[in-house]
Design a binder for this molecule. Sequence first.
Ligand code: ADP
Length: 395
Amino acid sequence: MKPSVLVVNCGSSSLKLALFDERENKLASALAERLGTQDAFARIAGDSETIALPAGANHQQALQTLISTLRERELMPDEPVSIGHRVVHGGETFREAVIIDNHVVEAIKDCAGLAPLHNPVNLSGIEATRALFPDVPQIAVFDTAYHQTLAPRAYLYALPESYYRNWHVRRYGFHGISHFFMANETARRLGKTLETTSIISAHLGNGCSITAIRDGLSVDTSMGLTPLEGLIMGTRSGDIDPGLFDYLGTCGIPEREVYNVLNHRSGLLGISGKTNDMRTLCDLADNGHEPSALAIEIFCFRLAKYVGAMMASLHRLDALVFTGGIGENSSRVRSKTLSHLGLLGFDIDAGLNGHHGRLSDGRIDKADSRFPVLVIPTNEELVIAREAARLAAHC
Ligand code: ADP
């Protein structure tokens, strides 16, 4: 049997599968999108033809279809040796990845109130693969777990302590799988061990967060109780004055609507009035669309402020690292952000930045920059596959 690890990532309306061999080569990947709608479809990566899914197909149906297609095409001839699932919220219960059993399933259900859009679909992926592969160990890897090393000064809000005690209100942080990958990969590239590496990791995709990592551990992060806090994002506002709810209430806008707007119609989309997509925004700004230029300006200024804030948790900075679709590809965002931070001594090379660090093992800083600056593509699937292989070895 060829040992392979299957990675399952169920988003609110999407499903991604990836299959790795024991040398960490990706053997196949597949995805399904628009699940729960009339336009649900699936596709094997590298294949132009889409696979029909029944209208309104859910995650379980998509998963069964994709697994049988991978088998038919002999892309997955044998059962995987383990299956790793991305699970968004592990609350305070899960500080690391775990082998899934019925207790773990119940505990993930218990955390669903904190991530109502994500944990239930993560669980449906787990149930589907447990039914399809009853003898294969299944591992849950949590997006919140890496941030469980935050100290109370970083995770507690300045609220009545009963809110934390009774209702678990605290900062949890997200994108932990990506930030953990960045810490390991930066350490490797700088020739250091994880335990001696201290960085600031900026994950800038549709969702954006920044994390201070001290000696390999997450010590502060910008997302909070939910993934709404912190940086400006594609459609999310990031930090906002909570007094907004009361004020807009007096203007006749119900709380639920404000919350929905903060999540889905704010951020880059809200400011520009056009799009949540940074690439399109840059094109619009270049063509004189001022609200788009302003959206980029505000995005970078907020990010720069957070880089400064993350310094408060570090005793040394080995590198500032950028990742995610924007972090990896937008030289404009990187240079605009760092232009606000001259006082801290960041200095990047325009040529290396323009090539997104691809000519220099990620480095984009000038020789006399006070701190290294790197661009590193994230690889969350690989972290999940590694954790799944590591824990399955104990089964
Ligand atoms: P997700 O969080 O959904 O995984 P991604 O990490 O793929 O998102 O990031 C998507 C964002 O990356 C979008 O705003 C997109 O415009 C941006 N992006 C991708 N390529 C570029 C580019 N060349 N220049 C600027 N932004 C880019």
